[in-house]
Design a protein around this ligand. Structure first.
Ligand code: NAD
Length: 360
């Protein structure tokens, strides 16, 4: 297959970690007989330096013309970088928000996997960590409380703030379909998380999820209240496969799920629209403290590239090969500084990329 990938290396460690992910994509293409063509685009601080704005309209159009976008991370040291003296709509992060919106990326996927080799980093009790976990948090990204009408006003002499949480049936259906499709590629279980004992929007959420579930007889599903889900994530994370939820609940639960893996350099993510197009990036930031030192962990970006292969290109075998290559590197004892422990072999960012590429 011939595919075009827009590459946004970004700032800080972005160029280092994306270079390693491209190394892995090239090796995968060679092994499985594909051609990946890259177009490098600027966004974030590097675009401010080159173009005066964090994202140009031309960059948006070029990203849209690709089959998928692979991104590193953007931004600098928020205390010292001159980018943060600019008005907020001119700062690096404004570029990312604008890009997500322009590409209509409504589904955010964040896998939380505890690798047996890294279970010491898990902050949960040993007997829970020993069971491991492998879940996909699927968060609605463009609706709900963060996008509803809001106002602060004086009501009868009392300052009062209001936010509104709105979902329509179409917004719920399109993400539920995505969640069930993804469950079909995994262990075929969906946990839909809501607050249906209180919220109307959650009761509609439940109704639509049930309608969608009827089209997927092979997938088992359950509803779970968000407060219970927050507890279950630390009590028995192994029970979850795909966790489907709305924007604010997903914001909180995905961070909780990330935290219990214990290692930020390992966390991939994807944001999808209603075609096969997606934006793939590590969950961490641009780590200005270690930028340019060849120390960063490239695995989150490499696993994001594996998601790109699976979800945008439908290349399951290829994605499996990348994920297995990462696991082998860990099993063989190779670690970047952030996940280093006694008795392991410490490697640089580029060495980790070389080792994983050799495993494919
Ligand atoms: P950060 O995630 O960049 O760093 C937090 C800590 O984790 C640092 O000690 C860093 O060294 C470490 N770390 C992160 N990724 C790592 C990796 N791959 N390998 C090894 N260690 C890693 O968060 P921060 O310091 O709060 O933010 C720095 C900049 O990143 C800010 O400008 C922030 O706005 C930006 N940011 C960007 C994104 C994005 O591009 N999507 C996301 C989060 C933060």
């Amino acid at each position: 297959m011939n595919k075009k990938i827009a590459v946004i290396k970004g700032d800080g460690i972005g160029p280092e970690i994306v270079t390693e992910a491209m190394k892995i994509l090239d090796k995968t293409a060679e092994k499985f007989n594909h051609t990946f063509e890259y177009e490098q685009l600027l966004m974030g601080g590097c675009s401010i330096d080159a173009n005066g704005v964090p994202l140009t309209d031309e960059t948006i159009e070029r990203a849209k013309a690709a089959d998928a976008v692979l991104m590193g991370s953007i931004g600098g040291n928020t205390a010292t970088s001159p980018w943060y003296k600019l008005p907020s709509d001119k700062r690096p992060e404004a570029g990312l928000l604008k890009l997500r919106k322009s590409l209509n990326l409504f589904a955010n996927l964040r896998p939380a996997v505890l690798y047996s080799q890294l279970k010491d980093a898990c902050p949960l009790k040993e007997e829970i960590a020993d069971r491991g976990f492998d879940m996909m948090i699927m968060r609605e990204l463009t609706g709900g409380l963060y996008f509803g009408a809001r106002k602060t006003e004086e009501v009868n002499g009392v300052v009062t703030a209001t936010d509104t949480l709105t979902y329509n049936e179409n917004e719920i259906r399109r993400i539920a379909v995505r969640a069930f499709d993804i469950a079909m590629k995994r262990r075929k279980k969906v946990t839909s998380v809501d607050k249906a004992n209180v919220l109307d929007s959650s009761r509609l959420w439940r109704k639509i999820v049930e309608e969608v579930a009827a089209d997927y007889p092979e997938v088992s599903y359950e509803h779970m209240l968000v407060d219970n889900c927050a507890m279950q994530l630390v009590k028995d994370p192994a029970q979850f496969d795909v966790v489907l939820t709305e924007n604010m609940f997903g914001d909180i639960l995905s961070d909780e799920a990330s935290m219990i893996t214990g290692s930020i350099g390992m966390l991939a993510s994807a944001s999808l629209n209603d075609t096969r197009f997606g934006l793939y990036e590590p969950s961490g930031g641009s780590a200005p403290d270690i930028a340019g030192q060849n120390k960063a962990n490239p695995i989150a970006t490499i696993l994001s590239a594996a998601m790109l292969l699976r979800y945008s290109f439908d290349m399951d075998k290829e994605a499996d090969a990348v994920e297995k290559a990462v696991e082998k590197a860990l099993k063989d004892g190779y670690r970047t500084g952030d996940i280093m422990s006694d008795g392991m072999k410490k490697v640089s960012c580029s060495e980790m990329g070389d080792i994983i590429a050799a495993n494919i």
